[in-house]
Ligand binder design. Structure first.
Ligand SMILES: *Cc1c(COP(=O)(O)O)cnc(C)c1O
Length: 352
């Protein structure tokens, strides 16, 4: 028997969540499938999201896999090309390339004339990660408009606080002012902006996390009718009685205040479960809520079975997913759903 851990992926949830995005916005949908579709598996996720108008990812090889699998939609490389060598395959497969810095703009000159490259010019409106400074945008636009290798241009930006109280107003104002002179298509919204700020929808929205059924706003918010697609599950492989005062796991960070029953689950940080999840992080054992005890180790973690007398070796454990939103586990572990989903490691079988 294989080790009992697996990530079950409900592909129909992806279709459902894509429709939720369609209901929320009339813009074209660029489904973000970076990081192996947030851990859900690149090609199966892309197939389930096949009604999207485009796909966005990072890796040229993954983009080629999509084209080879027959996807005809726009495929956007979110960090663009890294060296001039990336340009010919991008042109050959008709990928849209983000251009976010002056070096990429210069590399374009190595493109054969009439390459008909699609370019998404990224503007830094306040995130201060990728993108041209506002003062450099007009010159970059002039160069792109005249460039013989460029077929069309989309203007884009990315929000730093769309999921928080600060919102998008300041960045939206900068973007709108810069984009005003041009008749090009525009793209601004991630999932949070798509769900909360219709004024950002423009021509293309770029949802990621919501397609996988997690709210960009964390636990306890509006559910927006999203369906979680991934359930990470495993089983109890050992049960023991712990006497009062005994401690569990490395460094003994949890010591039993009273006699208790603990179960060991075949899931650890080498599977992608966060090592920093503290004692008390929620789990489900046979569908009943319980919590982790002590340090997460590489291949195992311990859970409290004191209130679950029927739990035994072989009992099923849900780390997140059906019945336990990944947002809630992420919050308990001091991180976000995104990190948990895309950290599920290669040794965990994805079962569709
Ligand atoms: C990852 C990413 C998105 C999707 O963000 P979500 O919060 O997952 O919706 C959109 N745009 C860019 C540029 C990204 O890098």
């Amino acid at each position: 028997m294989p080790r009992p851990i697996q990530a079950r992926i409900d592909l129909s949830a992806l279709e459902h969540n894509l429709q939720a995005a369609r209901r929320a916005s009339g813009a074209r949908i660029m489904a973000v499938i970076k990081a192996a579709a947030y851990g859900h598996g690149l090609l199966p996720a892309a197939e389930a999201l096949g009604a999207a108008d485009g796909f966005a990812l990072l890796d040229l090889r993954d983009a080629i896999k999509l084209r080879d699998a027959g996807f005809r939609q726009t495929i956007l490389l979110l960090e663009g090309f890294f060296t001039p060598d990336d340009l010919p395959p991008s042109v050959a497969h008709d990928f849209a390339c983000v251009i976010h810095n002056a070096q990429q703009l210069a590399m374009l000159d190595s493109c054969p004339r009439r390459s008909a490259l699609q370019v998404w010019l990224k503007i830094n409106t306040g995130m201060n990660r990728l993108g041209f400074a506002p003062r450099d945008v007009p010159a970059a636009m002039e160069k792109l408009k005249r460039h013989t290798a460029v077929r069309d241009i989309t203007l884009m930006t990315h929000f730093s606080h769309a999921d928080e109280a600060a919102g998008v107003a300041a960045q939206l104002e900068v973007f709108d002012a810069l984009a005003a002179p041009y008749r090009t298509a525009r793209s601004l919204a991630n999932s949070a902006a798509l769900l909360r700020y219709p004024a950002t929808h423009a021509d293309w929205v770029r949802p990621g996390i919501m397609l996988y059924g997690a709210s960009p706003f964390g636990p306890g918010g509006q559910p927006f009718g999203l369906k979680p697609a991934m359930t990470l599950q495993s089983r109890i492989i050992s049960v023991r009685e712990i006497a009062a005062g005994e401690c569990i796991g490395y460094s003994g960070t949890f010591c039993a205040p009273a006699p208790m029953r603990a179960g060991v689950v075949a899931c650890g940080y080498a599977d992608g479960y966060p090592r920093h999840a503290p004692t008390g992080t929620p789990v489900l054992v046979e569908g009943q809520r319980s919590k982790t005890l002590g340090r997460v180790s590489m291949d195992m973690l311990s859970v409290d079975l004191s209130a679950l007398p029927d739990a035994c070796v072989g009992s099923s454990v849900t780390l997140w997913g059906e019945g336990l939103p990944v947002e809630e586990v992420a919050q308990a572990a001091g991180t976000i759903s995104y990190e948990l989903l895309c950290a599920v490691s290669g040794r965990v079988p994805l079962v569709y």
